[in-house]
Design a protein around this ligand. Structure first.
Ligand SMILES: [Zn+2]
Length: 568
């Protein structure tokens, strides 16, 4: 049951303007208080004033002098100093002992683009070139990585999912072998809702998972077959995003536990390889999506490939602040937003600053707005943590570092609420939950949204796996229920068609481009409503003693169950 709390919601704007004396104090639950906010003059003004706060911080963080906030640059120095200053001004305590920072060690690897993958069997021989027919790289942080004469095995989707009774590696030992893997999961392939959530992508469908599992199985190399449909993007995205400098977390063991070579094959390359082994790619692909599939050796074909890397290390910072819990200081709710963006590219003529105003100066501003709101009330019973993470754009690295080096114990971290790219188009009737039907946090979201007369819907393209593509995912991975929601497109003022057109215009013309710049004409009242919604959810959780759980069948439930056992 939700505890009665938050009389402060009646006056959520104390930190900006004194509440009018005429306001009637109302006792009630967070929902009813939030409902009051959505329906009275006071609340309209609360939304307006939160919108102003979002404007102010977003404008600062996305200014040209912040240089696009790339990790380990002067832009980072300015960004993290600003965040510290603002947390101090709000009176929010340092979140890491007496520091507002958590150092994140990063390593940049650039793979030479002349690598060749050699395939050799008794009836088959091929050379695949980097960029055109394959892409390769390595998580191992070494100047030279090589695999020679490694037997090849087709392992279907490369999935080990005990909760679904599925193990593509059950019948095969792939130690020191090269595994060839399909992208996405059997649910997408068959569109059978009984199989891996049907069309919606599970984590088992993400390419990152495929490499992690291949490493657990002891493989030497893992090559994913690219197909545009199930991947969700074309080969050009693979070849461009895998070339050039790749930033990863610095690993003490230099990632010796990862496979030596991670990479991709084009579909044409894969079909040629299967042909060479006397096998049919299409029929094996079909078989791999059926329960009981067993891995298939690719004849006597062996793979050899060597890569040369230039390796450089540097340090970036997560920023962290806390409102300590008054009764349950061992338990925490963590709000996250990534402060970083893509920086400056001096080789580009004209505007070459990727300001990242929407992505994610807005979410970072949201973190400050939430901290200000929570500071106005009585101390929460549990810790409320505000974590601005670095290097999201390089592969969710700051949040990964935090999850692997937690400051607040993972077992007693109750929930994560993430903000990435707030709505700049005004108030929306709908709230989209990314990765719907994952955890009980969605019940809290429904209540908070209903209190604003809004409705919750699932994301329109769950097969693209957006749930695995922002920082909350690293909390999910260690078992913490993690919520990622955002304003939808059902504009109160202009209707759904208009809302969808705005979102499309952003995706086409500003997403990850220098034109993602601050605009004083943005309508941030919808974002402000989202902030009030997260405030309601975070505040409710902070004053409860319950632990929301993953729904049955979710891929992160097992690891959370281990945490829950450790708690008792
Ligand atoms: Zn982002």
């Amino acid at each position: 049951m939700r505890v009665p709390a938050f009389p402060l919601l009646l006056c959520p704007v104390l930190f900006l303007a004194a509440c009018g004396e005429s306001e009637t104090p109302v006792a009630g639950t967070a929902q009813s208080a939030a409902a009051a906010v959505a329906t009275t003059e006071v609340e309209v003004s609360a939304t307006g004033q939160i919108a102003e706060i979002l404007h102010r911080h977003t404008e600062v963080l996305s200014a040209d002098e912040f240089e696009g906030r790339a990790p380990a640059t002067p832009g980072e120095e300015k960004t993290i100093a600003y965040l510290q200053q603002e947390f101090e001004r709000l009176g929010v305590e340092p979140g890491n002992g007496d520091s507002y920072f958590q150092a994140v060690d990063v390593t940049e690897i650039t793979t030479a683009s002349d690598a060749i993958l050699y395939l050799q069997g008794s009836d088959y021989e091929a050379q695949f070139n980097y960029g055109e027919q394959m892409m390769v790289g390595s998580q191992q942080q070494l100047p030279f990585v090589t695999v020679q004469g490694s037997d090849m095995v087709f392992v279907g989707y490369g999935i080990v999912a005990p909760e679904r009774g599925w193990n593509d590696y059950a019948a095969v030992d792939v130690t020191d072998k090269t595994v060839v893997i399909l992208v996405n999961d059997p649910g997408y392939a068959t569109q059978d809702p009984e199989l891996f959530n049907g069309n919606a992508m599970t984590y088992y469908g993400r390419w990152t998972y495929k490499y992690e599992e291949a490493a657990r199985q002891g493989a030497a190399a893992a090559l994913i077959v690219h197909e545009t449909g199930p991947a969700g993007y074309g080969w050009d995205v693979v070849s461009s995003s895998w070339s050039g400098p790749q930033i990863g977390l610095t690993a003490e063991d230099l990632n010796a536990d990862r496979v030596e070579i991670e990479g991709w094959l084009t579909q044409d390359s894969a079909e040629s390889l299967f042909d060479g082994a006397g096998l049919d790619y299409q029929s094996l692909k079909f078989a791999a999506a059926q329960p009981g599939f067993a891995a298939v050796p690719l004849g006597d074909i062996q793979a050899s490939v060597s890569i040369e890397n230039s390796v450089r290390t540097s340090i970036s910072q997560n920023v962290i602040a806390v409102i300590p819990g008054s009764e349950r200081p061992d338990e925490s709710i963590i709000y996250t937003a990534h402060w970083d963006h893509l920086g400056v590219n001096p080789e580009v003529e004209g505007d070459n600053i990727w300001n990242g105003a929407a992505d994610n100066a807005t979410g970072t501003a949201g973190l400050l707005a939430l901290a200000g709101l929570h500071m106005q009330g009585p101390p929460p019973r549990r810790n409320l943590v505000f974590l601005a993470v670095t290097a999201e754009e390089s592969g969710l690295l700051g949040s990964q570092w935090y999850a692997e080096h937690p400051i607040y114990p993972i077992e007693t971290t109750v929930a994560n609420i993430n903000m990435d790219n707030l709505n700049t188009f005004g108030r929306m009737r709908d709230v989209v939950v990314v990765g719907a039907s994952s955890s009980e946090l969605e019940h809290y979201l429904e209540v908070a949204a209903a209190a604003q007369d809004r409705y919750v819907t699932a994301e329109p393209n769950p097969e693209r796996g957006y749930y695995y593509r922002s920082d909350h995912f690293n909390f999910a991975k260690v078992g913490v229920p993690a919520l990622y929601a955002e304003s939808g497109e059902d504009s109160i003022e202009h209707g759904r068609e208009w809302g969808a057109a705005q979102a499309q215009d952003y995706t086409n013309n500003r997403y990850h481009a220098p034109s993602d710049e601050y605009d004083p004409d943005w309508d941030l009242t919808g974002a402000a409503e989202d902030i009030l919604m997260y405030f309601d959810i975070g505040g409710t959780l902070a004053n409860e003693s319950t632990y929301p759980e993953w729904f049955e069948g979710n891929e992160f439930k097992a690891i959370r169950d281990v945490s829950a056992a450790a708690r008792r």
